[in-house]
Design a protein around this ligand. Structure first.
Ligand SMILES: [Zn+2]
Length: 193
């Protein structure tokens, strides 16, 4: 779980990656109706897609723009959420223990991440979801863990309120919460569901 501070304070526009045509259940009438029906998913968005979209639309949740251990945009946390919000699976990084795999994001984790903001009012930055390198059996690779590096404008390990956010994760049902004081977590918080 080695992780160095990735000091990316840039506020990113979550909407850009999340953008995609909203699915409509009503095919347009007329001669284009058949084409519209073929290209319009009839089933409603899954719970994980809905939660991922809600997270991306939350402006006070931001994302690291780079991994600690390598370069791979397809497995950055914002892209993980964009993929899931569009009905795809999230991609792991090409290094680490689960190279370039596609995995689902667990709804318990997504719900917890969203409510850290909507219920507990934390402004925070996610450094990894399924991307990056973690321990061999890490729940990151199962879409059940999030790493947070910035909380309310302060970096974890540098006077950020990591205890408050860690407690919020527990209240939101996280089953494993690690942070400063735990081995390998001096500069980030790990919440796992
Ligand atoms: Zn972690």
């Amino acid at each position: 779980m080695k992780r160095l501070a990735v000091c990316v304070a840039v506020t990113v526009s979550a909407i850009a990656l999340a953008a995609g045509p909203a699915a409509t259940a009503e095919p347009s009438p007329g001669k284009h109706g058949e084409a519209a029906r073929r290209h319009t998913p009839a089933k409603p968005a899954s719970e994980s897609a809905r939660l991922a979209r809600s997270i991306l639309n939350t402006k006070s949740i931001t994302y690291a723009k780079a991994h600690v251990g390598g370069t791979d945009k397809a497995s950055l946390p914002q892209q993980n959420l964009a993929d899931v919000s569009n009905g795809r699976l999230a991609k792991t990084s090409p290094w680490g223990h689960k190279k370039g795999a596609r995995v689902a994001l667990d709804t318990r984790m997504l719900n917890g991440v969203l409510k850290l903001n909507t219920q507990h009012h934390y402004k925070f930055e996610i450094s990894e979801l399924v991307g990056g390198e973690h321990s061999r059996t890490s729940k990151h690779y199962a879409g059940r863990a999030v790493d947070v590096t910035w909380i309310n404008g302060r970096h974890v390990g540098k006077k950020a309120d990591h205890r408050g956010l860690m407690n919020a994760c527990r209240k939101l049902g996280a089953t494993l919460v690690l942070g400063p004081g735990d081995k390998g977590h001096s500069t980030h918080v790990h919440c796992q569901w």
